[in-house]
Design a protein. Structure first.
Length: 346
């Protein structure tokens, strides 16, 4: 049996590094027929937001999203946990509270035993239980590569929906998790990741972004997204485009996960990082930035942190709340200013 196989050996990519390159995705979406008039659709695909939002009534809006990917680690339980945490993050990024999940399962049943597949699902269910969410069903297929994720549904007050497009000039950008998940996961595949690095990888990718549901009630918070497959630059660029502003990112400001700097300086990076830069590099002024730092800023973040645009006078309160909620690596990483949508690294 294929129990001796590493889960990651069965997939051509892993985690949010599996995402289509931003330019490819944008081209595909541009070819999709425009939506008709749906007055209760509060958030759709037009700004590449984290989830769709549908107004149910004056007090409730439904947040709906789906996310799935191939293994980023070999332990099946950890893979399930990471995938579920990542899927629920999109609900939190909209200011919502998850209420229900459905499992998305594609497995090579000729290579993985029912016990291994069951451990993947158990890992996901454990995260959902911690979030107070039932996994109420789902769909499964026999596939060439192992795939797992969730459809996640949540609720938010219609007046408290957070999007990635409502930032204001002068807002500072706060990132709530450390960078370097893609670097650590690639080092893991290359068998270059030590126990401390693996522990940091799991700790970060399985930390639920529950802070998001508190953000609508925090004065000065204007826009939110989560940083995943397109890297910090890519998701900051989406936020800048949505608001019609320019983003300035301090290349040395993000806190890095343990061991990441040494690994990236040694040349460890993902193919997705290269694809990300090829997709949006023309919109980035990176003069004078060391190449390894640029690699980190384009590094795909599986189950990454929240990127929050907040008024400068509210940033300290936000950081204090984030730290109190266990997001000790939260830091100010940049700001939004008037100008043509793009990113300048400083």
């Amino acid at each position: 049996m294929a129990e001796i196989l590493r889960l990651t050996s069965l997939a051509h990519g892993g985690g949010c590094g599996c995402k289509l390159a931003p330019a490819v995705l944008q081209d595909i979406i541009s070819r999709t027929p425009a939506l008709g008039a749906f007055p209760d659709l509060m958030v759709g695909p037009e700004t590449s937001d984290d989830a769709a939002v549908w107004r149910l009534n004056d007090q409730q809006a439904l947040v709906a999203t789906t996310d799935f990917f191939m293994p980023v680690v070999d332990d099946p339980f950890d893979f399930g946990r990471i995938a579920a945490t990542n899927a629920l993050s999109d609900v939190y990024a909209m200011g919502g509270t998850p209420i229900l999940a459905l499992a998305i399962v594609g497995m090579p049943v000729d290579k993985l035993s029912p016990e291994t597949i069951g451990r993947i699902l158990s890992g996901g269910a454990s995260v959902c239980a911690a979030a107070g969410v039932p996994v109420a069903g789902g769909h499964s297929i026999d596939s060439v590569e192992p795939i797992y994720g969730l459809v996640a549904l949540g609720l938010v007050h219609p007046d408290k929906v957070l999007t990635n497009r409502t930032a204001q000039p002068g807002d500072v950008l706060v990132l709530t998790k450390g960078l370097g998940v893609g670097v650590l996961s690639n080092a893991f595949k290359q068998e270059r990741l030590d126990a401390a690095g693996y522990a940091a990888l799991i700790e970060s990718t399985t930390q639920l972004n529950t802070l998001g549901r508190e953000l609508p009630d925090l004065a000065g918070v204007h826009a939110v997204t989560d940083v995943t497959g397109f890297g910090l630059i890519g998701h900051a660029l989406e936020m800048a485009r949505g608001a019609g502003l320019a983003a300035e990112l301090a290349a040395d400001a993000p806190v890095l996960l343990p061991g990441v700097e040494d690994l990236v300086r040694a040349g460890v990076r993902t193919g997705a990082s290269t694809r990300n830069w090829a997709s949006y590099g023309a919109l980035v002024d990176d003069a004078g930035i060391e190449p390894w730092r640029r690699d980190l800023l384009t590094d795909p973040q599986t189950s990454g942190g929240l990127l929050i645009a907040v008024a400068p006078d509210a940033a300290d309160d936000l950081l204090a709340l984030a730290h109190a909620r266990g997001f000790g690596r939260s830091s100010i990483v940049g700001r939004l200013v008037d100008g043509a949508p793009g990113v300048r690294l400083v």
